[in-house]
Design a protein around this ligand. Sequence first.
Ligand SMILES: CC(C)(COP(=O)(O)OP(=O)(O)OC[C@H]1O[C@@H](n2cnc3c(N)ncnc32)[C@H](O)[C@@H]1OP(=O)(O)O)[C@@H](O)C(=O)NCCC(=O)NCCS
Length: 346
Amino acid sequence: MIVLRPPEVGQHREWLDFVGEFAGAHIAGASADAMLLSTLGDPTAYQAWVAAMGAHERGEDLPPGRVACTTRWIEQDGEIVGSINLRHELTDYLLREGGHIGYAVRPSARRRGVATAALRLMLAQASRLGINPVLVTCDEDNLASARTIERCGGVLEDVREGHRRYWITLPDTPQGYAVRPLDCQPLRGRLVELRPVTEDLAARVKAGEPQPDWAPDFPREDDLVALAMHGEDGTPAQTWGSRLIVRRRDGAVVGTLGFYGPPDETGRVEIGYGLVPSARGAGLITDALALAVPAALAAGATVQAHTRADNVASQAALVRAGLRATGARNAAEEWHYLIERPGGTA
Ligand SMILES: CC(C)(COP(=O)(O)OP(=O)(O)OC[C@H]1O[C@@H](n2cnc3c(N)ncnc32)[C@H](O)[C@@H]1OP(=O)(O)O)[C@@H](O)C(=O)NCCC(=O)NCCS
């Protein structure tokens, strides 16, 4: 029987035996790079590493840019036959190529269903953590891994820079819906480009450094708030965060558009946007929403917006993007607009 076991201090010898079989090759899912692996023959270093993995699973003491991660050894009849890990969130890098889950099986245990069984068990763990859908990737020419992912229900989204990217949608998750993270690539329309905000830019904005490509009246107060929210909670700022609205005609940054955080428990995201006064009245927001709303729907989200009752321009742009007024207002007397995810009832 295949089981997933948390790394244990008492299994140092068995673990070294497992590692030895890879003869220095990278061990996917082991949560250790070659440099770290080379130090782990020492029992004290090994103990510290096992403790660190426990902390990382709880989201504690994470190195910069790292997210919480569950690491397990794959055991069969008491022998360590593989390693597998589950990253609880996607960074830009993980969304592009690393995915949520990595795994490896020792050469002597391959081709007997170990990886397939282990991936199924880790998907159950992802479900318990509310991660759905799950991104699993492999090198384009890694037939064994591609087959493993497909056996577990992976649907190929694309092949990006030599990596096959599969999404696995889990049936019975606590949320009961599946929303994928938004892609962090720039989106280009007829009049504007939506450019994700980098960590570097957010830091410059927070430090009050104006950028040469900003329109003279950028940023507005609201833009500053949107940019300051970037990565505020310590998670890599990405996917559902702010985008700069760049006017294609002259490359000027004229506003921001973004979502106020990831989808809620019903799969809804709230979109917000604004242009500097000098860029208004030229169709730019209509073009920006025509990029962002379909992207959010394609990810599986329901999109909602609130706009002041007298903001006719904003309402017209929302309607052109397919949202409809629901007739509801919030405490600030703003009208509520909504477009549901395909097949959704949020
Ligand atoms: C990829 C890897 C984890 C597969 O482990 P495994 O335990 O041998 O996989 P399984 O036995 O569960 O096989 C899964 C499927 O791949 C197929 N497969 C396995 N090895 C294969 C090979 N060398 N060529 C083609 N297909 C192969 C199996 O036939 C099976 O398909 P099937 O169910 O349709 O018969 C293992 O080869 C490995 O550790 N490779 C190095 C690390 C790695 O590539 N990790 C993945 C990173 S994304």
